[in-house]
Design a protein around this ligand. Structure first.
Ligand code: ITT
Length: 200
């Protein structure tokens, strides 16, 4: 069984990464699992890919191992793509998602369905000990709902409505979400890249 470090402190992401790639002969260790949760990572990139590389590279340089990282977020078209790469920091890192989600809903008050388009984006980076990096991206298109709905998932899931399913990603089961999500798509692509490298 191969162990791969994932440079994340977000338990919601970590759960999904484990579920999506489970059974592929790999186990995943989070920063906490490796006692690396206090390492300072300066996410000062201007794109999801740049930030994913910064996270993966920082931990790979420190450990000398191959490291994966996920940088993701919600882009709302009516808000010119915000919160985007600032999704975790939006309205303050420690602000609850109930407040963040309801704030976005209030900014879209009176905005009709066709202008409520949004997407979740996920960039996954893999940093190798020899200095190389690979990135892949996955996207899921949807719309901002009119109220929070659903208890599954994390973050902005309760306001992310997917027209094909007629519900939010917080109302999907974890299995359903992982099949269609930005993270599911990006991790499937990354798995294929790691297969090409002969790593998995
Ligand atoms: P790490 O950097 O430690 O991985 P983080 O939460 O700070 O954790 P990001 O900077 O990538 O990670 O921010 C991503 C944010 O985007 C996340 O905190 C959520 O608010 C949102 N997000 C990403 N994927 C999501 C998903 O599947 N469902 C709901 N919200 C999501």
């Amino acid at each position: 069984m191969k162990k791969i470090i994932v440079a994340t402190g977000n338990e919601g992401k970590m759960d999904e990464i484990r579920q999506i790639l489970q059974g592929e002969g790999i186990t995943f260790a989070s920063l906490k699992d490796e006692n690396l949760q206090d390492v300072e990572i300066v996410e000062d990139g201007t794109t999801f890919e740049e930030n994913a590389i910064i996270k993966a590279r920082t931990i790979s340089d420190l450990t000398g191992q191959m490291v994966l990282a996920d940088d993701s977020g919600l882009e709302v078209d009516y808000l010119n793509g915000e919160p985007g790469i600032y999704s975790a920091r939006y309205l303050g890192e420690d602000t609850s998602y109930r407040i963040k989600n309801n704030h976005i809903i209030s900014l879209l008050e009176g905005v009709p369905d066709e202008q409520r388009t949004a997407r979740f984006v996920c960039a996954i980076a893999c940093a190798f000990p020899d200095g190389r990096t690979i990135t892949v991206r996955g996207v899921i298109e949807g719309r901002i709902g009119y109220e929070e709905k659903g208890e599954n998932g994390f973050g902005y899931d309760p306001i992310f409505y997917v027209p094909e399913f007629g519900c939010t990603t917080a109302e999907l089961t974890p299995e359903q979400k992982n099949k269609v999500s930005h993270r599911g798509k990006a991790l499937t692509k990354m798995y294929q890249e790691l297969q090409k490298e002969g790593i998995v």
